[in-house]
Design a protein around this ligand. Sequence first.
Ligand code: GUN
Length: 167
Amino acid sequence: MTAQIQEIIDLLEMQPHPEGGFYKETYRSVGAITSESLSSDYSGPRTYSTCIYFMLVSGKFSAFHKINQDEVWHFYDGSPVELHTISPDGKHASHLIGRDFKKGQVPQLVVPGNHWFASKVSEPDTFSLVGCTVAPGFDFDDFVLAKRETLQRSYPQHEEVIEAFTH
Ligand code: GUN
């Protein structure tokens, strides 16, 4: 990891994320949604919304995982993020979150709830800094990290991308 990347991690007070990369929660609403108002996918009450900084470093990836809620990604700095989604009915899509709009990159991307998703920096020797916002607020109880064999059994047509983005 370069000194520049370490400096950004330190300045923004980020810590390692279990899915890969580094993060810092920058916002957690005070208000909460009661369990009765949420679907049975949620194990308890949740805050209205949360937001994080999320930093990916070249050569590592954020492994396939899913959460119940939609997640909005916002591009901030560095190189574009390559993000893969697999929908519950098995459709794979790849996206580039970045600033080169002429090349089809987008500054904002919504990952629908309950879709498997994984990501990495699209270029070597650099980083991507993005924001991720969810509503209801994030809770590790809603976070499911994929097991490679289980995901490949569910979606054999996407064996290669699952191999590349699971541990
Ligand atoms: N807080 C901790 N981890 C995460 C995450 O993966 N996404 C969001 N939106 N918030 C988090």
